[in-house]
Design a protein around this ligand. Sequence first.
Ligand code: SF4
Length: 212
Amino acid sequence: MENKIFTIYKKLLKAFGYQNWWPVHQGVDRFLEVSIGAILTQNTNWSNVEKAIENLIKENLLEWDVLTDVETKKLEKLIKPAGFYRQKAGYIKNFVNAVKNKPREDITRDFLLSLKGIGEETADSILLYGLDRPYFVVDAYTKRLFYRAGIINSSKIKYPQLQKLITDNIPQDLEIYKEYHALIVELGKNYCKKKPVCGNCPIKNICQQNLK
Ligand code: SF4
């Protein structure tokens, strides 16, 4: 019998189509833009990140050397729409300085996690979408969905546990990892919100919360 975790993926893909994450601007180094976006998106929503990224693009700042040299005050001002801008400017500066001259094959998960401000979700987003490495990204939407769907017993499950549960139950395929996380975000934004909107949800027929 097919497992529920992969069934949810297929239903979401059918309902929403391919999301083709991570959106990056033409001419910008994907690894750099994904990394900056992953740091900026901490504790805020994506539309605020987009505004901050647009500001950086307008000022031609999305380049490794330029970001290294830019004054912290200027960087703070440009990324302000994403919130926590002082903290995030520090994380960005630190990240760029640590990574700029490092061979990409040496950029491991442990290395990223050793950097200030880079937690598991941010590291895995950078690895998956910036460097095409097979690390599944777990976020608050993922925990909420799998808890409500009856796949996990607690929404307080630890990151590595849920990550392993998911990757053990889907094909080890980079594109599926990329799409599945993006599809979960789409579901979380539109249906599986804090207050769920189950009526037209594409997985309502197999979601435990809705079947209660
Ligand atoms: S049916 Fe409701 S609770 Fe279940 S995934 Fe959809 S929106 Fe969330």
